[in-house]
Design a binder for this molecule. Sequence first.
Ligand SMILES: [Zn+2]
Length: 128
Amino acid sequence: MGIEVVFVTFNKGFENVSGFFDCEDNSIYVNQDEYPLRQTFTVAHELGHSVLHAEWARSAEYRMLMRDGDYTGNEPHEKEANAFAANLLVPRFMLDRYWNSMPLEGLSRLFAVSVPVIKNRLAFEYGI
Ligand SMILES: [Zn+2]
């Protein structure tokens, strides 16, 4: 998609920002101090904004993804970007194949996402 992913250290006061999508230079900026699984989810989340919310991402309404704002955030764009990221990283057709045959930690390693992301996907897809 031609989007550049840039790992950076955010300025003082913004250390808790996980990342953001800058539509002006078509780049996703990721907090390089967060752990890798977190960064992967951030990139997928911001990719969701670029695919689904190009216009909104240009507006003043767009706010940076905060570390604890992404799972709990009720803002519709944020929820949609989280769903996009979760489905991109943990596709239903692959989950169907493996969810019943390994523990949460195994699924976490297989899909390279955190255990909470796996738990969310299982709850959403199978109600467990
Ligand atoms: Zn977001």
